[in-house]
Design a protein around this ligand. Structure first.
Ligand SMILES: [Zn+2]
Length: 138
């Protein structure tokens, strides 16, 4: 049994993330349709290695995708602009403080992977729960 993750609080989150990436990679138009959401949600719940600046960008992007309906193509454009703008994505040094565990309403381990409909539904529900937990829903 794997221990509970110090960041998102769920057990086995990393394995689940990797199996979901494999699934999305194997069927890019079916499971992979929500790939951009999966990655942002996972990163927001595992902020340890990211800079505050890039986390702020991820929170805004998730809101733009879920609330304003930003498309993956538009998101990619914004990513390029952000990186060109010199935003440092990863921390160079180890953060000095211990990761702060939040009580997330939903984590990656709640996502059903049996069929694409349930999967997409759960990814969207996960994204909405994160916006709600962070109080940036509207
Ligand atoms: Zn975790």
């Amino acid at each position: 049994m794997s221990a509970n993750c110090p960041e998102c609080g769920a057990a086995g989150c990393r394995d689940k993330f990797e199996s979901m990436l494999a699934l999305e990679f194997e069927s890019p138009t079916i499971f992979g349709a929500v790939h951009h959401i999966t990655v942002i949600c996972y990163n927001i719940q595992h902020p340890h290695e990211f800079t505050e600046e890039s986390l702020a960008w991820m929170r805004l992007s998730l809101r733009a995708i879920i609330v304003d309906g930003l498309s993956p193509a538009e998101l990619r454009k914004q990513v390029r602009k952000t990186i060109k703008g010199g935003v440092q994505v990863k921390r160079h040094a180890e953060p000095s403080q211990e990761p702060l565990t939040r009580n997330w309403s939903m984590t990656i381990t709640d996502i059903r992977t049996e069929n694409p409909e349930g999967y997409r539904e759960d990814i969207n529900a996960w994204a909405r729960s994160i916006l709600k937990d962070l109080n940036i829903e509207s």
